[in-house]
Design a protein around this ligand. Structure first.
Ligand code: DGP
Length: 140
């Protein structure tokens, strides 16, 4: 039941976020700027990785580009973003290694309302630290 309730609230948050115009300055821009604190796991000149405020598993880290460059969501990607996207994939793998996820982990990108995206600043979820289940699907 709790899982179901959580899925419903994530859908509601995603619907609310999708209904609004994407903000000029996102919540994650504020984290990059140090205006909102985060629990940092990894940082370089291109990206920042920090613990998700509402973890879905023992390890749940978000990897974000410091400069969003139009990537409010993955479906906005065009050819110029290829190096950045590659860097983020590498950083996710690096974070998994730093977090000791050698037994396996998952990389998730939620896109848009039906993908349950709630923050419109591209982010990769690195999830693991315990046995995960599959498929993610509808949760119905
Ligand atoms: P998504 O649903 O894919 O858009 O994921 C957004 C994630 O961001 C969600 O798992 C919760 C997380 N989140 C939201 N606000 C904050 C915050 O202020 N700090 C941190 N660390 N995570 C946040």
């Amino acid at each position: 039941f709790e899982l179901r309730l959580r899925a419903m609230s994530e859908q509601a948050a995603a619907a609310a976020a999708a209904a609004e115009a994407p903000p000029e300055v996102t919540l994650f821009d504020k984290i990059v700027a140090g205006q909102i604190p985060c629990n940092k796991v990894y940082e370089d000149d291109v990206c920042l990785a920090f613990r998700d405020i509402a973890p879905v598993a023992k390890t749940h880290v978000l990897v974000i580009p410091k400069d969003r460059d139009g990537l409010s969501q993955l479906s906005k990607a065009d050819a110029r973003h290829k190096p950045l996207l590659g860097h983020l994939m590498w950083a996710a793998s690096h974070v998994a290694a730093l977090e000791g996820l050698g037994a396996g982990w998952r990389l998730v990108v939620n896109d848009g309302k039906e993908g349950c995206q709630s923050v419109y600043h591209l982010h990769l979820h690195v999830i693991g630290g315990q046995q995960l289940s599959w498929p993610p699907g509808t949760g119905a």
